[in-house]
Design a protein around this ligand. Structure first.
Ligand code: FAD
Ligand code: THG
Length: 820
């Protein structure tokens, strides 16, 4: 996998900010044979970059996106063209004109602190000092980030292209890519209207033309090209060219200054205002219908301005900035850019065609960071940043359909500035993927959220009556969203009786073949050479020792393993490394699973089966084939919620029967259906990490508290060398368990953690622990702060909530409940 720059030939399609940044990052890493093909003229070829106003706000709910933006700012700040920096750090100001926004800015300030971005919540008075044209009476307050500002996208593209060219990269403009040649499932060349270019690797950095390039090789590129309105006004008196970039999200607007090169006739600077709007109707664009450069009135990505769409935004702009009353819109554009179904970029190799990489749906804001990560990935076999949320492979099947991409891409556009709750699900198109007992879930009043296309019950209204009389902390309006007391009842029933959990969406892989054991031994950290029937918790590491995933591996037969995995990326990773003779297959679709957990789980299951489900007959972390009533199942004795019980897997056709069989048998025992809300609370009480939330490739097993799952003495495995000398004692940061001191306090995850008054880390997952009667929060903190008893504070909407580092697990540390 890790092949280094070597002599491989890379062809980059597109010389926008992404293509130019990528050429720079690749050549900086020693790549010598880099060709950038661009259909337009250099260096303003007519894509989105050619008219990007370049506002850079770094704070984003995803740490990765913040990291990519932070790198872009650092890099562009150090680039100059004609002595002028490619980044103007004028600062950023987001203002609130509603209470909901003002509260949300407090949450954003928390995210900024979590991800290391300097920022300050400021009163209306200070907003008006920073932006004197603001109608202060309309503003409740603002969030000021002095390090944000304006990227000069075209100069940054030119300077990076020049550096890359100086290191040997070729930039060929007026070359339109018309085909990509392939052999044996790999790319071999890129065909243009002016010749063919042999290639070992092709990176499509074609921006919103991505789907057009993908279609050349039958690869679906799930992004939606959309038009977005941007105008510039006539000169606005009172501007000076040094104001922060401004966001007025309550009206879906942003603003920046455009100072003229020369002062106006009165000797004062003449400054126009640029206004961007997300308030208008969704304007999807067919990338095939966009004119070619020479046919375009302005440029291909600049569609004719539709003033009627902008009219409400002009009114709203004037309400915030009354000085606009004497001004007018001078220029306007319906500029084309792209949104993916989840708003994050598309990065990485296409699972459908080897050597075909995507670097698309990337803002100027994230451009250099994304280019660096892709260049590292190509060079070292891994990006230096956790990109799991950005990988192309995250969209599968129905999520790549035109209908899905359109509906979700449009939603990303309309919601881009909305106050969006982290759990808020999209409403269309749904349902997509459902369990065989979906009908039963609905009968029980499931409140469904959606994840990866799956309908996932969060709780069941049918359980709400069971919550009567439970002492639960009062919730504020934010933490009460997508939550119900029913979840508390489900958690309690799981600890006291027995509950059924839908495990169908858990990704299941099957690894078979004579070399399967050796292969899995080489790919994962724990000792898997155990007798058939054994189940092992183990980690997938990358070459640098970062955690790619955590798995359960059930050895069902000598050469057959069932793996419980986390994502499509796990499938790609394993399939991509599998030697001849080892088959890695995705069994998620077409199968289903139920977790039966709780102290009465054995009472429920045993009467339904001739298989011995006793502790002696069916030990903890073992697997057996059995019948539950008429249904053949693969039963795994393990539990993510920390109770006695089994995961029962079968084929989808028998799923409903399995559910009904368990449900009927469970009724006398008081069985309930449990949802994700209870599940998350229970697993946090037990200290079980969730990959992707609590840990990623950024972290090694010792930092994450999973060193026990690494058996360095078992032989070589991916990541082993990188862990030499690493131990729980040497690591500098740790995933620690906190509880909030006030039993009625709630946090949700993503909040900064303060140590002696200074932001020192952030919460990954948090949930109220119903059994413990306190909120549990896992957080990354410096190792020095990991000692139990350490006092910290968690910021929640501006409040500082006292919390204490605790020894883990908080619940059943003796394992009495599980091993019996
Ligand atoms: P592009 O710049 O579009 O480059 C892709 C290139 O590929 C093009 O030059 C194209 O000609 C070339 N290409 C396509 N097909 C072929 C082919 N077949 N053969 C050869 N070449 C091909 N982002 C921010 O961060 N901040 C902002 O404030 C901001 N404001 C925006 C305002 C507007 C109005 C718009 C439209 C976008 C804005 N963006 C902003 C988004 C930003 O402009 C884009 O996300 C970014 O420029 C995309 O860069 P890119 O290199 O991926 O794409
Ligand atoms: N079920 C199955 N596979 C899975 C998950 C699952 N794979 C992905 C993800 N979830 C893995 N996460 C965990 C986390 C903890 C445990 C199991 C899966 C667990 N841990 C015990 C512990 O830490 O004490 C392991 C004990 C042991 O190894 O003996 O049970 O939910 N099928």
């Amino acid at each position: 996998m890790s092949t280094g720059a070597g002599t491989r030939r890379v062809v980059v399609i597109g010389a926008g900010i992404v293509g130019c940044s990528l050429a720079d990052e690749l050549t900086a890493r020693g790549w010598r044979d880099v060709t950038v093909l661009e259909q337009g003229p250099l260096h303003a070829p007519g894509g989105s970059t050619s008219h990007a106003p370049g506002l850079v706000f770094r704070t984003h709910p995803h740490k990765t996106m913040t990291d990519l933006a932070a790198y872009t700012v650092r890099k562009f700040s150090a680039l100059t063209e004609d002595g002028r920096s490619c980044f103007d750090a004028v600062g950023g100001l987001e203002v609130a004109t509603t209470e909901a926004r003002w509260a949300d800015l407090h949450r954003r300030a928390g995210l900024a602190a979590s991800w290391g971005i300097e920022g300050e919540l400021v009163p209306a008075r200070r907003c008006a000092e920073l932006w004197p044209l603001l109608d202060e009476s309309r503003v409740l307050g603002g969030f000021h980030t002095p390090g944000d500002g304006l990227a000069r996208a075209l100069p940054a593209a030119r300077v990076q292209a020049a550096r890359a060219a100086a290191r040997g990269a070729r930039f060929l403009d007026r070359h339109t890519v018309t085909g990509i040649e392939r052999a044996d499932g790999r790319v071999t060349a890129v065909v243009t209207d002016r010749g063919t270019f042999p290639a070992d690797l092709v990176v499509s950095a074609a921006g919103f033309w991505g789907p057009v390039i993908g279609a050349l090789v039958g690869v679906t590129v799930p992004l939606l090209p959309l038009a977005h309105q941007y105008v510039t006004t006539s000169a606005v008196p009172g501007l000076d060219g040094r104001r922060p970039i401004l966001r007025h999200q309550d009206q879906d607007l942003y603003f920046r200054e455009h100072p003229a090169e020369d002062p106006g006739p009165d000797g004062r600077p003449s400054v126009r205002l640029g206004i961007g709007s997300y308030a208008h109707r969704v304007l999807p664009v067919d990338p095939y219908a966009v004119p070619a450069f020479d046919d375009a009135p302005v440029m291909p990505s600049a569609l004719p301005f539709t003033p009627e769409d902008f009219a409400p935004s002009w009114t709203a702009s004037g309400a915030l900035l009354p000085a606009l009353a004497g001004c007018r819109v001078e220029d306007g554009v319906n500029g084309v850019f792209s949104f993916t179904p989840d708003g994050l970029p598309l990065l990485g190799e296409s699972p459908e065609l080897r050597g075909f990489w995507l670097a698309e749906a990337i803002w100027v804001t994230h451009s250099a960071g994304a280019a660096k990560a892709v260049a590292e990935w190509l060079t070292d076999g891994r990006p230096g940043t956790d990109l799991h949320g950005c990988e192309v492979s995250r969209f599968e099947g129905a999520q790549r359909s035109p209908g899905y991409v359109h509906a979700r891409g449009a939603r990303q556009f309309t919601e881009v500035y909305d106050v969006v709750h982290p759990l808020a699900p999209a409403d269309r198109p749904r349902p997509l993927r459902v369990s065989p007992w979906y009908v039963r879930q609905r009968e029980l009043g499931a409140h469904f959220l959606e994840d990866g296309g799956w309908e996932r019950p969060h709780w069941f209204e049918a359980n709400a009556p069971l919550a009567r009389g439970l002492a639960l902390p009062a919730r504020d309006a934010w933490s009460a969203r997508h939550w119900s007391p029913a979840a508390a009842a489900e958690a309690r029933a799981t600890r006291e009786r027995v509950a059924l959990y839908d495990m169908t969406p858990l990704r299941r892989l099957e690894v078979t073949g004579p070399g399967a054991l050796d292969f899995l031994q080489r790919m994962t950290t724990h000792q898997l050479a155990r007798r058939p029937g054994a189940v092992t918790y183990t980690l997938l590491l990358d070459a640098a020792g970062g955690i790619r995933s955590d798995l359960t591996v059930a050895r069902l037969a000598a050469d057959r393993f069932q793996i419980g995995a986390n994502s499509a990326a796990d499938l790609e990773w394993l399939a991509g490394h599998a030697p001849a003779g080892v088959r890695v297959a995705d069994r998620t679709s077409g199968t289903c699973g139920i977790g039966v957990w709780g102290p009465l789980a054995r009472e429920l299951v045993q009467p339904l089966s001739g298989t011995d489900f006793s502790h002696r007959g069916f030990g903890y972390f073992t697997a057996r084939e059995a019948f539950i009533g008429e249904v053949p199942v693969t039963a795994l004795r393990l539990s993510y919620v920390g109770e006695l019980g089994w995961e029962l897997y079968t084929s989808a056709d028998l799923g409903l029967r399995l559910w009904d069989t368990l449900w009927q048998a469970g009724r006398p025992l008081g069985v309930v259906a449990g949802g994700r809300s209870a599940f998350d609370s229970l697993r946090l009480e037990k200290g079980y990490r969730a990959w992707g939330r609590d840990m990623t490739t950024e972290h090694n097993p010792y930092e994450a508290g999973l060193g026990w799952a690494v058996r360095r003495d078992k032989g070589d495995f991916v990541g082993r060398a990188a862990l030499a000398g690493v131990s729980q004692e040497t690591v500098r940061r740790r995933l620690v368990c906190l509880t909030l001191d006030d039993p009625s306090a709630i946090v949700l995850g993503g909040e900064p953690v303060y140590l002696a008054g200074t932001a020192a880390g952030y919460v990954t997952s948090a949930a109220h622990g119903y059994t413990l009667g306190r909120t549990v929060a896992y957080a990354w903190l410096p190792a020095a702060a990991a000692a139990p008893g350490t006092a910290v504070e968690v910021a929640y909407f501006g409040a500082r909530i006292p919390a204490t580092v605790r020894a883990e697990p908080l619940f059943d540390s003796a394992m009495d409940r599980i091993r019996r």
